[in-house]
Design a protein around this ligand. Structure first.
Ligand code: NAD
Ligand code: UGA
Length: 459
């Protein structure tokens, strides 16, 4: 099928950047991203590019280049589905918060609503592409909905999971390690392969069956997260043995079978996907009664929770077993650098734990505002909104946030944190002045020389 119009349902962290790059590389295709969230669509259409709902290096430039030419953002979902030959489903698939599989399974209600919406309004043949991360065998459910409409419209279903990481989304999309397309219909697979073929060489476009494609996405995230939990587990052992986790990571990473990437010990991984996707994998394994498989992967999450917890426990015990009434300056709130996304950020859980101990939390993040910080804490429901408001304050300046603080906790690895005048920060803090470097980005020797009581992960 020749593709001239693409619709993407879901204008989020995946739909936005992915479609912007597809539009940039395929000027002959009209790409429209639709969403039920009118506010989000309005932000995508804002003339002021700093107001785009998602911050990603390089994204604003591509939106500026393509928006209004062949990239459009709209709330006209039905119309856009109707006119498009190819429809991407890129909606959120969070962990279920109710009913069967609560806290484990992926909530597929948004995906199902999309499938029903497409089934309802389509009058011509469509290729439907699963872009959201979905449990293995979801395509079966989508197929069943689409094929029982009573009309003679033909639907081909493809799985095309996305592997971009936030903060490097544009680069990841422009130079993907691979593009994965799972499907039954060769014609549909080739139509999608042609869209990517505008900039990705064909040998990097992998064709598989639908189920391998769906499962590969969950597996990739599980393996990546497992590496972090593995190095974080070793970081705790380092702290008891005078080994240095950075040195260990370097030494093992030089083994070409292990490789150097993704071995940074940290306060624990965050982000909207690792935990959700592993929980989902565990749930699927249990549903097939594969207990050993489920237990194996669940351990990745258990270790990650432990890592977050032990960071805040260590902070409290170092501050003479009490943080009550003390100002703890948190540098960073996003789950990693170069994004404004805070979903499942370790900072939220560390702050929550410290707030239970009546700490005063002061936050500075270059891309996250105070409203978001409050919303993240309120979402946990641990205390009242008023209490969060009273105990947590956000600042726009790194020197203000650290002024009079008892301790600085580095939660995100933003590059700018390394460039601060740490002597100045030391001078204005309460003494002894503590740094808890949850990302191992500062130099221990330099910090100690300034006078800080410095501790980091696994050193
Ligand atoms: P998101 O929450 O940022 O965006 C999803 C959007 O879908 C929201 O704007 C929401 O309003 C919209 N939506 C929900 N239901 C809708 C409906 N019925 N009709 C129209 N719009 C609807 O989510 P995201 O981070 O972009 O993730 C989307 C999917 O991609 C998830 O399955 C996720 O696991 C996967 N994924 C995410 C990343 C990432 O880095 N964030 C990377 C790879 C894969
Ligand atoms: C991750 C995957 O890397 C993507 O391939 C995938 O598409 C995406 O999930 C998804 O499915 O959503 P993302 O969560 O955006 O991408 O970012 P990562 O770079 O993977 O970082 C995740 C978390 O792990 C962050 O909190 C980061 O700080 C932490 N991390 C990462 C470490 O603690 N150590 C590392 O060495 C690497």
């Amino acid at each position: 099928m020749k593709i001239t119009k693409i619709c993407c349902i879901g204008a989020g962290y995946v739909g936005g950047p992915t479609m912007a790059v597809i539009a940039k590389k395929n000027p002959h295709i009209k790409v429209t991203i639709v969403d039920i969230n009118a506010e989000r669509i309005a932000a995508w259409n804002d003339k002021d590019l700093s107001k785009l709902p998602i911050y990603e290096p390089g994204l604003a430039e591509i939106v500026e280049e393509t928006r209004g030419k062949n990239l459009f953002f709209s709330t006209e979902i039905d119309e856009t589905i109707k006119e498009s030959e190819m429809i991407f489903i890129s909606v959120n698939t969070p962990t279920k918060t109710y009913g069967k599989g609560k806290g484990m399974a992926a909530d597929l209600k948004y995906v199902e609503l999309c499938a029903r919406n497409i089934a309802e309004v389509a009058t011509t043949d469509k290729i439907v592409v699963e872009k959201s991360t979905l449990p293995v065998r979801t395509a079966q459910a989508i197929k069943s909905i689409l094929h029982n409409t009573g009309s003679d419209v033909n639907f081909s279903i493809l799985s095309n999971p996305e592997f971009l990481a936030e903060g490097t989304a544009v680069q990841d999309l422009l130079n993907p390690d691979r593009v994965l397309i799972g499907g039954e219909s060769e014609e549909a697979i080739e139509s999608l392969a042609n869209v990517y073929g505008s900039w990705v060489s064909q040998d990097r476009i992998l064709r598989t069956n639908v189920w391998s494609s769906e499962l590969s996405k969950l597996t990739a995230n599980a393996f990546l997260a497992q590496r972090i939990s593995s190095i974080n587990a070793i970081s705790e052992l380092c702290e008891h043995t005078e080994a240095n986790v950075n040195e260990v990571a370097k030494a093992i990473g030089m083994d070409s079978r292990i490789g150097p990437k993704f071995l940074n010990a940290s306060i624990g991984f965050g982000g909207s996907c690792f935990q959700k996707d592993i929980l989902n994998l565990v749930y699927i394994a249990r549903s097939y009664n594969l207990q050993a498989v489920a237990d194996y992967w669940e351990q990745v999450i258990i270790l990650n929770d432990h890592q977050k917890r032990r960071f805040s426990d260590h902070l409290i015990s170092t501050l003479y077993n009490t943080v009550s009434g003390k100002k703890i300056a948190m540098l960073g709130w996003a789950f990693k650098k170069d994004t404004n996304d805070t979903r499942e950020s370790a900072a939220i859980y560390v702050a929550d734990h410290l707030l239970n101990e009546q700490a005063n939390i002061a936050v500075y993040d270059p891309k996250v505002n105070g409203k978001k910080v409050q919303a993240d804490l309120n979402y946990l429901n641990t205390r009242t909104e008023e209490e969060n408001m009273e105990l947590v304050q956000s600042f726009n300046d790194p020197y203000e946030v650290t002024n009079d603080a008892h301790a600085v906790a580095i939660m995100t690895e933003w590059d700018e944190f390394k460039t601060y005048d740490w002597k100045k920060i030391y001078n204005q803090m309460k003494k002894p002045a503590f740094i808890f470097d949850g990302r191992n980005i500062l130099n221990k020797e330099e910090m100690t020389k300034i006078g800080f009581e410095y501790s980091s992960i696994g050193q």
